[in-house]
Write a protein that binds this ligand. Structure first.
Ligand SMILES: Cc1cc2nc3c(=O)[nH]c(=O)nc-3n(C[C@H](O)[C@H](O)[C@H](O)COP(=O)(O)OP(=O)(O)OC[C@H]3O[C@@H](n4cnc5c(N)ncnc54)[C@H](O)[C@@H]3O)c2cc1C
Length: 533
C-alpha cells in the first residue's frame, strides 16, 4: 500500500477529512487536481457545528482570526442601493454577541461555538497549511484522479500529474471529496436524484476598498437588491471584497449591477466572474465496498442556509473515526456501512431544507414590479406588497439551527437507539441526549470549559449522577474489542438536567450512542453494537 486512505479533492471537505484522519494517526494522502487552492469565492459561512468541529481540531481561533472580526454586523438588508435607507432589516447577532449569550446559557440550547464568516478562498489555504503540518498526511496538489479499480484488499487509483505523467496510487480505502462533478461518484455509477437545474446565476467578485467610505448603508453581511435580477451582494471576509450573485445574460452586466447596487461612483475591480447553477441533488449511495463519497460529491444544495460545505464537514467527521477504527482493527463490519445509513438521511433533510429556504426568497422576489422604485401610487403599493411578503418569507432561509445542531442518527446500526425519538426539525433546536443525537454543549466553567472539551478521541462514559457505579465491566467489554474507552465524571447539576440521565456513552464524533440511569446489564452487547460488531 502507498497509503491507508486516499482522499480525492482538497476542497474544504477533503481538507478537513485529512486533518481529522491525520490527527488520529492514520497515514493518508490527499490529492487535488489543481496546482493551488481555489482563488474565487464560494462559501463563506461556517455554521456552529462546523465551528465546534474546528474547536475539537484546535482550529476554531485560527479560523476566526482569518475571517470576519467578531464585532462585524451579520445583518441582512433589502435595499434599492447602498446610498438610500434600507427597506427591510433582518437582524442577526454578531459573533461577539452570540458568544456573550452562549456564555450565559446553561440549558444546552446553544452551540459551543457560534458561526463564523470566512471566505472559502481564505479557508482552503489555511486548512491546506494545517494538513501539510500533520506528519501522517501527505498533500499532493497537481494530481488528478482519472479512474480507479477496487479489489478485496484495496483500491488502485490512476492519477495524472500536472506535467502529464500518469502514476498509480495503491490504497486500502478511497474517499471522493471531489465536488459536484465527482469522478469517483460517476465511476461508481451512483445516480443523483432531485433537481439538476433550477436556476442559472452569475457570481462576480469585486475588490472595492472604498465602498464603506462612500456608501451610506449600514455595515452588514448581505444586501438583497430589489430588482428582477435576484441581485444579492455578499460581503467577503476582508470587507473590501464583495460578491454579487444575479441572473443576467453577460459577464459585463455584473459590473453594471455592482455600480447600481452601490448607487454612487466608486473605484472597483471585477476580479472574477462565472456562471453557477442552483441544484438540489442527493446521491443514491455514499459507498461501494472500499470507496466512499462525501461533501458535494454526495449532495448538492442551494447555498441559501449554508448547508453545502457544512453538511460535507459532517460527512467527513462521521466517516473519519470509522475508517480510523477499522484500520486500527477494532471497528467491526457494521461500522463502515453505517456511514451511509447515518449521513445519507441527513443529506436528504438538508437538501430539502435548502430548497425550503429558497422558496421563501422566490415568493418575495416574485412580487417585484417594474414600477416598484417609482414615487407613484402604483410604485408605492408594489413596494408595500413586496415588503409585506418579505417580512414573513425572507427570514425563513436563516432558520436552519435544527438542521445544523439537531440532526440525529435515528435507526443507525451502530447506535443503541430507543423507540420513538424526536422527529427532525429544521428550524428549531431542542437539546436532547436521545441516542444518535449530538451531545448538547453544557458549560463546566462558564465561557471557558464545556463538557465537549473534556471528551477525548475514543468512547467516553459520562457519569453524571450522585451514585457512580463501577464501570469496569463496560471498560472490559471495550478492551476486549480493543476500542479506546474512558470514564468521565461530571459534577454539574446543569449537565445532569440537560442530559436527563445518570450515564451517557458518547462516541468519538460526540454523538450519544447509549444512555441510562444504571449501567447496561449487558455491557458486551453495547460495546459490540457501537463499535460495529
Ligand atoms: C455561491 C456559493 C455560496 C456558497 N455558500 C456556502 C456557505 O455559506 N456555506 C456552506 O456550507 N456552503 C456554501 N456553498 C457550498 C460550498 O461551497 C460547497 O458545498 C463546498 O465547496 C463543498 O466542498 P467539497 O470539498 O465537498 O467540494 P469542492 O469545494 O467542490 O471541492 C472539490 C475539490 O476536488 C477537486 N477535484 C475534483 N475532481 C478531482 C479529481 N478528479 N482529482 C483530484 N481532485 C479533484 C476540485 O478541484 C476541488 O478542489 C456555497 C456555494 C456557492 C456556489
Amino acid at each position: 500500500m502507498d497509503t491507508e486512505v486516499l482522499i480525492v479533492g482538497a476542497g474544504p471537505v477533503g481538507l478537513i477529512f485529512s486533518i481529522d484522519l491525520g490527527k488520529r494517526g492514520i497515514p493518508c494522502t490527499l490529492i487535488e487536481k489543481n496546482d493551488a487552492p481555489l482563488g474565487y469565492p464560494k462559501m463563506e459561512r461556517c455554521n456552529p457545528r462546523t465551528m465546534e468541529i474546528f474547536r475539537r481540531l484546535g482550529l476554531a481561533d485560527t479560523v476566526r482570526a482569518a475571517g470576519y472580526p467578531s464585532d462585524w454586523p451579520m445583518d441582512t438588508y433589502l435595499v434599492f442601493d447602498l446610498m438610500r435607507p434600507p427597506l427591510f432589516k433582518m437582524a442577526h447577532p454578531t459573533v461577539a454577541q452570540a458568544k456573550a449569550k452562549r456564555d450565559a446559557t446553561t440549558d444546552g440550547s446553544l452551540p459551543l461555538e457560534p458561526y463564523q464568516i470566512i471566505s472559502q478562498y481564505t479557508l482552503e489555504p489555511l486548512l491546506k497549511s494545517v494538513a501539510e503540518r500533520i506528519p501522517a498526511v501527505t498533500v499532493k496538489f497537481g494530481h488528478e484522479l482519472l479512474s480507479f479499480e477496487q479489489d478485496s484488499a484495496g483500491v488502485t487509483a490512476r492519477v495524472r500529474k500536472t506535467d502529464g505523467t500518469i502514476i498509480s496510487i495503491r490504497t486500502r480505502y478511497m474517499v471522493g471529496c471531489d465536488g459536484g462533478s465527482s469522478v469517483v461518484r460517476k465511476q461508481l455509477g451512483f445516480k443523483m436524484d432531485g433537481e439538476p437545474h433550477l436556476l442559472e446565476m452569475r457570481q462576480a467578485l469585486f475588490h472595492c476598498p472604498e465602498l464603506y467610505d462612500r456608501a451610506r448603508a449600514p455595515r452588514a453581511r448581505h444586501y438583497h437588491r430589489i430588482d428582477d435580477h435576484w441581485t444579492l451582494m455578499i460581503v467577503q471576509d476582508s470587507r473590501q471584497h464583495f460578491t454579487l450573485h444575479a441572473v443576467v445574460d453577460k459577464d459585463e452586466d455584473m459590473a453594471a449591477l455592482f455600480e447600481k447596487i452601490v448607487g454612487t461612483p466608486v473605484k472597483f475591480e471585477m476580479l472574477h466572474c462565472a456562471k453557477w447553477v442552483q441544484r438540489l441533488l442527493l446521491a443514491e449511495h455514499y459507498r461501494q465496498d472500499r470507496v466512499f463519497i462525501a461533501g458535494d460529491a454526495a449532495h448538492l444544495v442551494i447555498p441559501t442556509g449554508g448547508l453545502g460545505m457544512n453538511t460535507g464537514v459532517g460527512d467527513a467527521i462521521d466517516l473519519s473515526w470509522k475508517l480510523a477504527a477499522t484500520l486500527r482493527g477494532w471497528g467491526g463490519p457494521e461500522l463502515l456501512p453505517s456511514y451511509e445509513a447515518e449521513r445519507r438521511p441527513v443529506g436528504a433533510i438538508n437538501v430539502k431544507a435548502s430548497g425550503g429556504g429558497t422558496t421563501g426568497r422566490m415568493k418575495w422576489r416574485a412580487a417585484y414590479r417594474p414600477s416598484i422604485d417609482e414615487d407613484t401610487p402604483e410604485g408605492r403599493a408594489a413596494l408595500d406588497n413586496l415588503l409585506s411578503i418579505a417580512r414573513d418569507e425572507a427570514p425563513k432561509s436563516f432558520r436552519v439551527i435544527g438542521a445544523e445542531l439537531g440532526y440525529r442518527y435515528a435507526g443507525s446500526p451502530v447506535i443503541c437507539d430507543e423507540p420513538g425519538g424526536p422527529a427532525p426539525n429544521i428550524e428549531e433546536y431542542q437539546p436532547t441526549s436521545w441516542p444518535g443525537a449530538r451531545l448538547p454543549h453544557v458549560w463546566l466553567a462558564p465561557g471557558k470549559v464545556s463538557v465537549h472539551d473534556r471528551i477525548g478521541d475514543g468512547f467516553t462514559l459520562l457519569r453524571l449522577g450522585r451514585t457512580r457505579a463501577d464501570a469496569a465491566a463496560l471498560a472490559k467489554a471495550f478492551a476486549e474489542i480493543g476500542a479506546p474507552f474512558s470514564v468521565l465524571d461530571i459534577d454539574s447539576d446543569a449537565a445532569r438536567r440537560v442530559y436527563g440521565f445518570d450515564y451517557l456513552l458518547v462516541r468519538p464524533d460526540l454523538h450519544v450512542v447509549w444512555r441510562g440511569d444504571a449501567l447496561p446489564d449487558r455491557p458486551d452487547d453495547v460495546a459490540r453494537i457501537v463499535t460495529g460488531h
